[in-house]
Structure formats: structure tokens, C-alpha cells
Design a protein around this ligand. Structure first.
Ligand SMILES: N[C@@H](CCC(=O)N[C@@H](CS)C(=O)NCC(=O)O)C(=O)O
Length: 199
């Protein structure tokens, strides 16, 4: 059975929990107290971070790498496109999310207020650029739910928690976010601490 070491408020762990529940197979989630990190986290991941996935003698870290593994291991419903060109494009987008959105998460979690304001502005601008895509598309790639939706959902859930306000131009993106949040797997994957992040 797969075991996921997960942070109860960690957006990266949130991605992996979301995929595990989408796949509906057997797994165990172990909550890790990041303020009192057990020694085995540093043994399993040289970067000392969660999420970490363990299955027999395989130990994986990095949320997107973990999620691609789960997707290949349990192909239904498939979250990466079947076509190699489309798959390569999704991977580029995933990289773009890390470099332009999620790179700011650690600032929002810990840094001083002035730096946080800059991080909020970067995220707001990038999300506003993405918004027109959802005037006609249900999900990031069109009609089909995919790994890109999984990757961005934890950030969309935390907008209010991080103090990020979007303008009216981003309304289609917020509607898209509600569509993600209403998925049964999404709701099941939320921890009690995440549930209270949104009113
Ligand atoms: N790029 C990593 C980021 C993981 C990450 O930043 N995890 C944080 C919690 S949200 C963590 O474990 N922090 C503890 C530490 O760095 O000591 C991923 O996608 O999995």
C-alpha cells in the first residue's frame, strides 16, 4: 500500500492527497508535524520536505513527481494526456506554475509583510493572465480534468488565506476554482486545517 507523508496545511501535500482520492485506491496518509519534524523525513528526502510517497522500497518526493507516478501506477482516471506532445506541454506548464506561482508560497507562509505584498502581486497578475482561458474552457486543458488542475487547486483554495484579492477580470478563474472545489475527491482530500482556510 502507498503511504503519503503529508503536511496538514502544505499546498504541495494537498496536491498529492487530491490525486490519491481521485484514483480511489487504497492508501494511507500520515500527517507530519513540520514544526517538530521526525528524523525519518530527512532520511527519506534529502531536502527534508513533505510530501513523500513510500511504496515498498520506492521512496519519492516532489509533489509533481509523486503525482505522475501515482497516475502511471493507477491509470484511471488518467490525469496526464496520452499523447507525448500534449504530455510534454503539460510538464512545461507544471514547471511554469512552480516558477511563477508556487515559488511565492514560502514567502507567503513566513516572510515579512513587505515581501509578502510583492509575492501577492506576482500571484495576482499571473492568475489574472490565466483567467480568460476559463471563459470557454471547463478545465485547464479544455473539457478534461488533468494534472494541471490538480497542481493549481491548492493555491486557488488558499487565495483568501494568503490575502490575495483578484479583480473582476479574474471572475472566470474563480468560477473554475469552484468547479474544482466541488469535486468529491477534492472535498475528501482536505484536512481539517485546510477546511477552515476558506469561509
Ligand atoms: N517542491 C516541493 C515543495 C515541498 C515543500 O515546500 N514542503 C514544505 C511544506 S509545504 C516542507 O516540507 N517544509 C519543511 C521544511 O522545508 O523543513 C514539492 O513540490 O513537493
Amino acid at each position: 500500500m502507498m503511504v503519503l507523508y503529508s503536511g496538514t496545511t502544505c499546498p504541495f501535500s494537498h496536491r498529492c492527497r487530491f490525486v490519491l482520492f481521485e484514483k480511489g485506491m487504497d492508501f494511507e496518509i500520515r500527517d507530519v508535524d513540520l514544526f517538530n519534524k521526525p528524523d525519518d523525513i530527512n532520511v527519506m528526502n534529502p531536502y527534508g520536505q513533505v510530501p513523500i510517497l513510500v511504496e515498498r522500497d520506492l521512496i519519492l518526493y516532489e509533489s509533481n513527481i509523486i503525482n505522475e507516478y501515482i497516475d502511471e501506477r493507477f491509470p484511471h482516471p488518467q490525469l496526464m494526456p496520452g499523447d507525448p506532445v500534449d504530455r510534454a506541454r503539460v510538464r512545461l506548464f507544471l514547471l511554469n506554475f512552480e516558477k511563477e506561482l508556487f515559488v511565492h508560497v514560502s514567502t507567503l507562509e513566513s516572510a515579512e509583510e513587505k515581501l509578502k505584498d510583492k509575492a501577492r502581486a506576482h500571484i495576482r497578475d499571473r492568475l489574472t493572465q490565466l483567467a480568460p482561458n476559463f471563459i470557454k474552457n471547463k478545465y485547464m486543458l479544455g473539457e478534461n480534468f488533468s494534472m494541471l488542475d490538480v497542481a493549481i487547486a491548492p493555491l486557488l483554495w488558499r487565495l483568501e488565506h494568503y490575502g490575495i484579492e483578484l479583480s473582476r477580470n479574474a471572475a472566470p478563474l474563480l468560477k473554475y476554482a469552484e468547479r474544482l472545489f466541488s469535486r468529491p475527491a477534492y472535498i475528501e482530500a482536505l484536512t481539517p486545517s485546510e477546511k477552515v482556510m476558506r469561509r
